[in-house]
Design a binder for this molecule. Structure first.
Ligand code: SF4
Length: 213
């Protein structure tokens, strides 16, 4: 079955502990969420259908072994699992960026999952699927996009309630343009929270509106 693909491009990782690594991005179309700060609305509907074999042919254009499947919400298309399996079979190091609302139980174990649970200021908090926590692996990462002190306190509560710090690496990043990153750093230090602060590096290097990063 083909997948609807919004774009495929080669750049550097802008987030996660893999920041700065050259990476091929496969952005799938559609998302089941509508976050207040969404910067990829162009992926909600636009795209063209591609067979998995065509996607593999396309990414072979670049001499790069790291591939991230992102969106939109990549797991919205069930065929995403088959794509991930094919990438793993073809010996790629694979990352998956997902919004924390859809099950990850069928994602191949070799795939590094970046799970972006939604804080209250996103407007999508009620969509979080906390059963996902049971399927997290040590190589996965959980990300919280923080837009306010209320978001920070909410994330802190979730970290300790679900013992997320015992599961995998935890990331916090500011909602771009909404909050001074210095505030988040100060809160992390004051609370001694077991998270890694990160910025969206691609928005620092290029303009915030740039799509292909
Ligand atoms: S999950 Fe991602 S793509 Fe979907 S609305 Fe939220 S920020 Fe946008």
């Amino acid at each position: 079955m083909p997948l609807k693909v919004n774009e495929i491009y080669y750049s550097v990782q802008g987030e996660s502990t893999h920041t700065g690594r050259p990476c091929i991005f496969v952005r799938l179309t559609y998302c089941n969420l509508r976050c207040s700060y969404c910067d990829t609305e162009y992926a909600f509907y636009e795209g063209e259908y591609m067979e998995i074999s065509d996607i593999l042919d396309k990414i072979a254009d670049w001499n790069c072994n790291l591939v991230e499947v992102t969106g939109g919400e990549p797991l919205f298309q069930p065929e995403c699992i088959e794509l991930l399996e094919s990438l793993v079979e073809n010996k790629y190091e694979v990352m998956l960026e997902t919004g924390g609302s859809l099950p990850i139980s069928k994602v191949p174990p070799a795939v590094i999952k970046i799970v972006d649970f939604k804080c209250p200021s996103s407007g999508m908090e009620k969509k979080n699927n906390w059963q996902i926590v049971d399927d997290l692996q040590p190589h996965d990462e959980v990300k919280f996009v923080i837009g306010s002190r209320a978001d920070f306190d909410w994330a802190k509560e979730k970290i300790f309630h679900y013992k997320l710090d015992k599961k995998c690496t935890l990331l916090m990043s500011p909602t771009f343009g909404e909050i001074d990153p210095q505030n988040i750093v100060e809160w992390i230090l004051a609370e001694n929270l077991p998270v890694r602060m990160q910025l969206q590096m691609h928005k620092v290097i290029w303009s915030p509106e740039t799509q292909k990063v």
